[in-house]
Design a protein around this ligand. Structure first.
Ligand code: PHE
Length: 346
């Protein structure tokens, strides 16, 4: 049958064209010529209507067979080209795995928070809890409950930013002492530290900032004495600045502690001999502390005949400055990434 011959010839022609196509463009051209909707296979099918009924089946088989063969040959050739393209790409795009990778910028904890974390860990180990205070305080909590009535002369040293006559930015984390005692209602012992910001009306310079951080500490229990305060701070200083450090207490004044002390640590730069860091004295002042004034205990709901306690306040920047040899307190707040990089994990 002539039509079947035609199918066979077409098949042979298509197969050789596909086999001999030198690139993807000529392969696609062959596809379009034979296999597309308007291609020659479709054209053969259109002859079906003129084929005598008894031959239709054989003719159909011949055309479908040719279509299948050509389709398979096309797929095989296409894969061959794809494989070639990939191996060419692999051959030209060699990756040198010994080259250094792209470095990603890594974030760091501000030295100020490193100190807070370190101090918190030391006190958590001693069984303290960490409480959160508030930056905006009432005059009552920041001053009055800490035995600083209105017009008390010590307020002069702690002028701050007032939101109203009664609302202010806290001048000391000591306000958290009054809150914690108030919350416990004079019923349970307290061992807490409170890290946080404090604010004072100050002209900013290398050693002063209108905003700084403190870590408050408060212990209230039965039979707490100044010996407990001294032992606690001695342990703290040794853990923070090294086993060889000693502390000394000098008498001082804070309205909310009685007696009050200023605590010095033996100079970690010269070991106590005297150097520029300790201004020749061998000692560096690091914190204020004292026994909680019975008046404060009473105002905050603790019976001072039953309970006693001690409190301390550490200046965070002061510790960081001493620890890392930072020369200017303003650096903590300037968000200069170079500064942060200098003090990574020191
Ligand atoms: N609040 C005091 C200050 O800011 C420090 C302090 C805290 C002193 C607790 C004694 C007890 O100077």
């Amino acid at each position: 049958m002539e039509a079947i011959e035609q199918a066979k010839t077409l098949e042979a022609k298509a197969l050789s064209e596909i086999e001999n196509s030198g690139d993807e463009v000529s392969l696609e051209r062959a596809f379009n010529a034979y296999l597309s909707k308007k291609g020659q296979i479709a054209g053969l099918m259109s002859l079906m209507k003129d084929i005598p009924p008894e031959d239709k089946a054989i003719f159909g088989q011949a055309v479908n067979g040719a279509k299948k063969m050509i389709g398979e040959a096309y797929e095989a050739k296409r894969k061959e080209f794809e494989g070639k393209a990939l191996s060419e790409k692999l051959a030209t795009e060699k990756i040198d795995i010994s080259l250094p990778g792209a470095t990603l910028a890594q974030g760091h904890i501000n030295p100020y928070y490193q100190i807070i974390d370190e101090v918190s860990d030391i006190f958590l180990d001693m069984g303290y809890e960490v409480v959160e205070g508030r930056d905006v305080e009432t005059d009552h909590y920041n001053f009055e409950l800490l035995n600083v009535p209105k017009d008390h002369p010590s307020r002069d040293m702690q002028d701050t930013f007032y939101i109203s006559d009664e609302l202010l930015l806290r001048t000391q984390t000591s306000a958290a002492q009054a809150h914690t005692m108030g919350e416990r209602k004079g019923l349970s012992p307290i061992r807490m530290i409170c890290p946080g910001k404090a604010y004072r009306r100050d002209d900013d310079d290398m050693t002063h900032s209108h905003q700084f951080a403190q870590i408050e500490g408060l212990v209230v229990d039965k039979n707490i004495s100044i010996a407990n305060l001294k032992a606690t701070l001695d342990l703290f200083v040794k853990k923070m600045f090294g086993e060889k450090r000693e502390i000394r207490l000098r008498s001082s004044y804070f309205p909310f502690t009685e007696p009050s002390v200023e605590v010095d640590v033996s100079c970690f730069n010269c070991g106590g001999k005297g150097c520029s860091m300790c201004k020749g004295t061998g000692w560096i002042e690091i914190l204020g502390a004292g026994m909680v004034n019975p008046k404060v205990l009473e105002m905050c709901g603790y019976d001072s005949k039953v309970w006693s306690g001690f409190a301390f306040g550490v200046g965070v920047e002061r510790v960081a400055i001493l620890r890392y040899g930072i020369d200017d307190i303003r650096r903590f707040y300037q968000n200069d990434a170079r500064f942060l990089k200098d003090y990574i994990g020191k």
